[in-house]
Ligand binder design. Structure first.
Ligand code: GDP
Ligand code: MN
Length: 394
């Protein structure tokens, strides 16, 4: 689960990670902005930051006006900056050319920056433990930093039973060439960040940049936090969820208990079981096709769920054909067939449809499909079925 910068900073603040004072605005009226500005001192500069689930906002550009997604402005120019962002579309390196609409803007106290560092904590699958990654050269894109200054990056594997130890945090503070109070403040900040990572069940905390302020303290100017979906049941994160940031088809599928992930291809897949769904996508790729989605309707799907799944995949305008691959176990083939027929008739399906079924009640299912007089193709062999749908969408 991804959350916004302002939410991430609120969470981190509760672990005593230093973050600048900030407020979120969702309206562009003068009154709403005036209310938000009450917490700031007149005369100070304010960082105005677009809230979207994508990085690169500082260099990102709004389609409508060419303004940037992070603007540091004088107090009296905040309303103008907010209006240049709210409800406009921000294009960054991470959003793709279509960009993302901004619905929230975060106002934070502008900090006078001496130096920018990079810190992240994530789970390293190869090492099978959390790692802390730090670089002396923060602010920019970490992939770029890794290419340009590989020697400036430190990767510390963390023993999950011991946590981030003081000597490791100090190693990072030395890497940052900090001294005195700044050094101490950095060590505390890192220890607290790691505590937050564990307590929150985060899969990623990335602070880019962590800065040394002109006053000589350390502070997180940006924060990206990803929460582990598998641990959501242990927390109360519901209000952190922002449905606008998600693919509307994925939100809809979640409500129907369907595992749906939108992809870029043109062959929609409807499959039961995650393993079979992966294999189906692989075989489509293998024969030169491109799947429009991953969709696992689960082992015990009902007729209604099949119909809903059908409707969700058809909402994707890129879909040029549908491939149904079902192994009838708990979900019987005839239940599936009824679902398909009903759904195809109710949406007046015009796209090519290839159905491959095996398992319980497959004969009865074939009969239902053939008696429906729908223009679908029933193919038994998986390889042949995949090639058939690929040829159909060409
Ligand atoms: P991102 O581009 O989406 O990663 O957004 P960031 O929050 O990292 O902001 C981009 C850049 O703006 C940062 O790397 C900083 O250089 C700069 N920036 C953000 N907030 C402040 C601030 O309060 N003061 C100063 N001086 N620079 C800031
Ligand atoms: Mn950043």
């Amino acid at each position: 689960m991804n959350i916004h910068e302002y939410q991430a900073k609120d969470l981190l603040k509760s672990y005593d990670v230093p973050v600048p004072l900030g407020v979120c605005v969702e309206e562009s009226s003068s009154e709403a902005i005036r209310q938000a500005l009450i917490v700031f001192q007149t005369g100070n500069r304010v960082a105005v930051k677009a809230q979207i689930h994508a990085g690169g906002r500082g260099k990102g550009i709004f389609k409508e006006n060419g303004c940037h997604g992070v603007q540091i402005v004088d107090y009296e120019h905040v309303p103008e900056a907010v209006r240049s962002m709210l409800f406009n579309t921000l294009v960054t390196q991470q959003t793709g050319p279509e960009g993302k609409q901004v619905r929230k803007v975060y106002l934070t106290e502008a900090v006078k920056v001496q130096r920018e560092f990079y810190v992240s904590i994530l789970v390293d699958r190869v090492r099978q433990c959390p790692v802390v990654i730090a670089s002396f050269n923060g602010g920019g894109d970490i992939e770029e930093i890794a290419k340009t200054y590989p020697e400036s990056i430190l990767t510390l594997p963390i023993d999950p039973l011991l946590g981030l130890r003081a000597f490791q945090a100090k190693k990072i503070a030395y890497l940052f060439q900090l001294e005195g109070e700044a050094f101490q403040s950095c060590v505390r900040c890192l220890i607290n960040l790691y505590k937050a990572f564990v307590d929150l069940d985060a899969s990623l905390i990335e602070i880019n940049p962590l800065v040394l302020t002109e006053e000589g303290t350390v502070c997180a100017l940006d924060a990206k936090v990803q929460l582990d979906d598998n641990a959501l049941f242990r927390h109360n994160y519901a209000e952190l969820d922002d449905p606008y940031e998600k693919d509307s088809k994925e939100v809809e599928a979640g409500k129907q208990n369907l595992n749906y992930i939108a992809l870029q291809g043109n062959i929609a897949c409807l499959v039961n079981g995650a393993g079979l769904a992966m294999a189906t996508m692989d075989i489509i790729q293998h024969f030169g096709g491109s799947p429009a989605n991953f969709l696992d309707v689960g082992g015990g799907a009902t007729r209604e769920q099949i119909e809903n799944a059908f409707k969700i995949i058809l909402k994707d305008p890129n879909v040029k054909g549908i491939f149904i691959n079902i192994f009838g176990g708990i979900l019987k083939c005839d239940t599936l067939a009824e679902g398909i027929v009903h759904a195809a008739q109710s949406v007046q399906l015009k796209l090519p449809l290839v159905v491959r079924m095996k398992g319980t009640n497959v004969e009865r299912a074939r009969k239902i499909l053939s008696e429906s007089h729908l223009p679908l193709m029933s193919v038994d062999d998986l390889a042949e079925a995949a090639q058939t749908i690929i040829n159909q969408v060409k």
